[in-house]
Design a protein around this ligand. Structure first.
Ligand code: SF4
Length: 427
């Protein structure tokens, strides 16, 4: 099989792995009306029958209506089938990422994973040089601008990480590729490999998958939470704090992220966000990704109900409150079951409880208090602080001119001692 055939083989299933900021899955309908889809079935080529049907139908429709398939649309479908995703890389750069695996063979048996050892489907494996070459060809053709490289585990985490490092090494040295690389760290790798990966990549990550040892046991019983997954994250943090990056490559250390599967093993949001808070505050992770569980056919969890994607969305909102807005865990409006209400933005929930009777005077509040107001983010708070140096904020129109979402903020603020007139939001 040629390299493009192998990419297509692993490409579709990489959609299950969140990468950077561009491909968070859309939230369908409202939290109340969302209904669970059936488990994902896969054709041997890695595509679901529904997706194949969709692609086929789209081409047929184009032939019937336009006489020939739209080349641009066909190209997009082809790129997607190879694992090319549009994403926003750190720093806000748009990137067309080739999201792929060095091998889709794996000796582990994680219960949720399409690549697990006992699952029966056709696998593909690249040699490091081969992967570097096919990526370079795609880059030179203008199909991709960056690489997200992961792998199934074959012959242990250390050997697998060596091959991942070799691939990026070839890309950086022989192929002179200077663009964006997100490199996965394999469970069980060694500290020196973490360091070398950090020297080569713009972002590194290892998926925790679960918030703690007990939950991971039910999800991926052969992975060891503390030693195999958390320790590499700690090494990245320690290296960033104690060693200067070698100027030979970027001259700065890569960012660090992780991912958790949500809704597969009964974990609550308090567990997830407790770990998230530790990771972002103590280990300086740029971001924790959440992936609403979606059952994959021919896995031990294939009959488990999928998680409502709104839960994933509320967790993202809460994690940003912890990371950027000065909220603590105890500020979040958890239910008795330790869950965030799906129907309400957690910041709005906190404001309804705490600011209705004590609105924030925007002409005097400090940054911390401004950030508590719905509709005011870090940028908005800084804009307000700057604007106050020039004069009083008296009306909602003053805020609108600063780009503040007054519909959300109005019920919780005072302007020059008065609560501004606002239309009640019905939803
Ligand atoms: S180690 Fe990774 S690729 Fe292998 S089964 Fe587990 S999650 Fe899947």
């Amino acid at each position: 099989m040629d390299a493009m055939g192998k990419l297509a083989l692993v490409g579709d299933q990489m959609g299950l792995e969140p990468a950077e900021d561009g491909d968070n899955r859309p939230r369908p309908g409202s939290p109340a009306t969302w209904t669970a889809p059936s488990p994902r079935e896969r054709a041997p080529c890695g595509h679901s029958p529904a997706e194949l049907r969709q692609a086929y139908d789209a081409d047929v429709t184009e032939v019937l209506t336009k006489g020939a398939p739209d080349p641009a649309a066909s190209l997009e479908r082809k790129k997607h089938s190879l694992g090319v995703y549009n994403a926003v890389a750190p720093g806000g750069r748009q990137a067309a990422l080739l999201k792929t695996l060095l091998t889709s063979a794996c000796e582990r048996d994680c219960f949720y994973c399409p690549f697990r050892a006992r699952r029966n489907f056709r696998r593909a494996t690249f040699k490091p040089e081969e992967m570097a070459t096919v990526f370079t060809q795609m880059h030179q053709a203008g199909t991709v601008t960056g690489l997200f490289l992961s792998s199934g585990i074959a012959e242990g985490g250390v050997r697998t990480q060596d091959r991942l490092i070799d691939t990026v090494d070839v890309l950086r040295t022989k192929k002179a590729f200077d663009g964006y690389v997100h490199l996965k760290l394999m469970p069980g790798l060694e500290r020196d490999q973490v360091l070398r990966s950090m020297e080569l990549a713009d972002r590194v990550s290892i998926n925790l998958e679960a918030p703690n040892t007990a939950r991971l046991q039910k999800l991926a019983p052969h992975k060891v939470f503390l030693e195999e997954l958390l320790q590499p994250l700690k090494w990245v943090d320690e290296i960033r704090r104690t060693q200067l990056p070698r100027a030979a490559y970027r001259g700065r250390w890569p960012s660090l992220v992780t991912q958790m599967v949500v809704g597969a093993v009964g974990e609550d949001d308090v567990e997830i966000l407790t770990t998230t808070q530790y990771l972002t505050r103590q280990l300086s992770l740029a971001r924790v990704y959440f992936s609403a569980f979606s059952p994959v056919a021919d896995t031990p969890l294939e009959n488990h109900a999928p998680e409502n994607p709104w839960r994933e969305h509320r967790l993202y909102q809460a994690s940003f409150l912890l990371r950027d807005y000065g909220f603590d865990l105890e500020d979040l409006p958890f239910t008795r079951a330790g869950r965030l209400p799906l129907e309400q933005d957690p910041k709005l929930g906190w404001a309804n409880e705490n600011l209705r009777e004590q609105p924030v005077e925007l002409n005097r509040a400090d940054r911390h208090s401004l950030l508590r107001v719905p509709g005011i983010g870090p940028k908005g708070a800084d804009t307000i602080l700057l604007a106050r140096r020039k004069g009083q904020l008296r009306e909602l129109a003053d805020l609108q001119r600063l780009g503040i979402s007054t519909g959300r903020a109005a019920p919780f603020i005072l302007l020059d001692g008065r609560q501004p007139q606002h239309q009640l939001r019905l939803f």
